[in-house]
Design a protein around this ligand. Structure first.
Ligand code: SF4
Length: 81
């Protein structure tokens, strides 16, 4: 696996299995549960600039940010989004 300090699963070299899980979680959420695409990308953009992002994982909560950002009622553990 490539070591990247600030990246998303979509960018990791051996991302496919984990990134497929992101797609599966997204598919399981209802429209009401899901953040809009705009909101989702806005959240990930904030994570990409955050020092707590390490190999697609938030060091504050231990979540893959691409999964955490999917749900509309989810939030950043330190309230950046
Ligand atoms: S969820 Fe919050 S603390 Fe974690 S990486 Fe994203 S912006 Fe940073």
């Amino acid at each position: 696996m490539n070591k990247c300090k600030r990246c998303l699963l979509a960018e990791l070299a051996d991302k496919d299995n984990v990134y497929a899980h992101v797609q599966k979680v997204r598919a399981l959420l209802s429209k009401e549960e899901k953040a809009t695409q705009e909101k989702y990308h806005e959240r990930l953009s904030t994570c990409l600039k955050c020092d707590n992002l390490l190999e697609a994982t938030c060091q504050k909560c231990g979540c893959y940010v691409e999964i955490r950002a999917l749900k509309i009622d989810s939030d950043c553990p330190i309230k950046k989004w």
